[in-house]
Design a protein around this ligand. Structure first.
Ligand SMILES: Cc1ncc(COP(=O)(O)O)c(C=O)c1O
Length: 377
């Protein structure tokens, strides 16, 4: 959903300070409970904190997920402080010795090892750890928003080196493999990938002495910013996963859990027509909401004060920009809008994931946005 529910619109119109991120925690809790229900009896559900590590979001998700995936020492410390009891999996490239030590001190349950060198340092440390080896498998996928190839994980040669190290290192236990290979896939494409990962992983793990393997299939469940009402088909996904009673499957989505439950609310500061093109300059910018720039899309939005802006009902293609001194500071290009006026309020939807926390906050030193968590009445 991109348009805010009615109760939120009223609260957004009453916001005293703009821009503001508004999170619907009730809606988020319901969404994740529904995902949990759809996956019942299937894979474990971890939340990828990188999508949005806001403490209120983490606390809302916690009762409905099996654990949290973190990708840095910073995320690890933050999640452990916010959710002292959570099961945590720690992945991500370039882990430092300090981060590996922190993993042990903060009770990380699974370490996703990214390279032979990382494993060798773990082996040398003599700290016990349960590891999944992150595999970089060359399975072609079509339609992915992002292919996680390049530096992530290891090819079969590097995996074999790791298996040899693990055989000689009793304080490290090989539990399985991790394979987050692509992002933005629908359920059939994800299932196709899951089947190929499993077909490769099970014989490989058995050959390396793992009796009850774990396969982490990563995240990347599709979120369609052009069709905010569409949803990843979690039921079909759970039903289609390979059935192996002795195998624990795990998924770690981020975007598909939180994207729908955040809005970036702001106001029109200025309107102008330049060389025949209409622009609305908004308070804030993509230093608060970088998502449309990184994804190359128009961020879906709702005009909260649209009813009284245009008596004719006509729309005018308008480009919505922020306050930054760069032509890249664009939320939406040539979007059909009633004629906007300074003071009109706009709520950008699907801003609950990879939004504030991936943005370059301090460019131009504008104030940071406010955060609001209105409860349903
Ligand atoms: C290893 C890993 N797991 C999980 C995720 C979460 O992906 P998404 O938010 O697309 O579900 C990512 C995202 O990049 C990732 O790199």
């Amino acid at each position: 959903m991109s348009a805010p529910p009615a109760f939120l619109r009223d609260r957004m119109r009453a916001l005293e300070r703009l821009p503001a991120y508004v999170y619907d925690l009730d809606g988020l809790g319901e969404n994740v409970a529904a995902v949990r229900g759809a996956l019942a009896g299937g894979p474990e559900l971890f939340y990828a904190a990188k999508a949005n590590p806001d403490p209120a979001i983490l606390r809302t998700l916690a009762p409905h997920v099996d654990g949290i995936e973190v990708a840095s020492g910073g995320e690890l410390a933050h999640v452990r402080a916010t959710l002292p009891e959570a099961r945590i999996a720690f992945g991500g490239p370039g882990k430092t010795d300090e981060e590996l030590a922190l993993a042990s001190n903060l009770d990380v349950e699974r370490l996703h090892v990214e390279s032979p060198y990382e494993l060798e340092r773990l082996a040398a440390s003599e700290r016990p750890a349960d590891v999944l080896l992150r595999a970089n498998l060359r399975f072609g996928t079509t339609g992915a928003a992002l292919q996680m190839s390049g530096p992530f994980g290891m090819d079969e040669q590097a995996l074999s080196r790791c298996a040899a190290v693990l055989r000689d290192t009793p304080h490290l236990t090989l539990r399985g493999v991790h394979a987050h290979l692509a992002s933005g896939l629908d359920a059939p494409a994800m299932l196709d990938l899951a089947a190929r990962i499993t077909d490769w992983a099970l014989p490989w793990l058995r050959a390396n002495g793992v009796e009850e393997p774990e396969i982490n299939l990563g995240g990347g469940m599709a979120v369609d910013y052009e069709a905010p009402e569409s949803r990843f088909d979690w039921k079909a996904y759970a039903a289609g996963l390979p059935a192996h009673p002795s195998v624990t499957f795990r998924v770690e989505p981020g975007r598909a859990l939180t994207a729908y439950h955040g809005w970036y609310v702001t106001e029109v500061l200025d309107v102008k027509t330049t060389h025949g093109e209409h622009y609305a300059v908004l308070r804030g910018g993509t230093h608060h909401l970088r998502t449309p720039v990184t994804k190359g899309h128009d961020q879906p939005f709702t005009l909260l004060t649209a009813d009284d802006t245009d008596d004719t009902g006509d729309t005018h293609p308008t480009t919505l920009v922020g306050q930054l001194c760069t032509p890249k500071d664009v939320f939406a290009r040539d979007a059909p809008c009633p004629r906007l006026r300074p003071g009109d309020l706009i709520a950008f939807g699907m801003a609950g994931a990879y939004a504030w926390n991936i943005s370059h906050h301090d460019f131009l030193m504008h104030p940071h946005p406010h955060f609001s968590y209105p409860a349903r009445v």
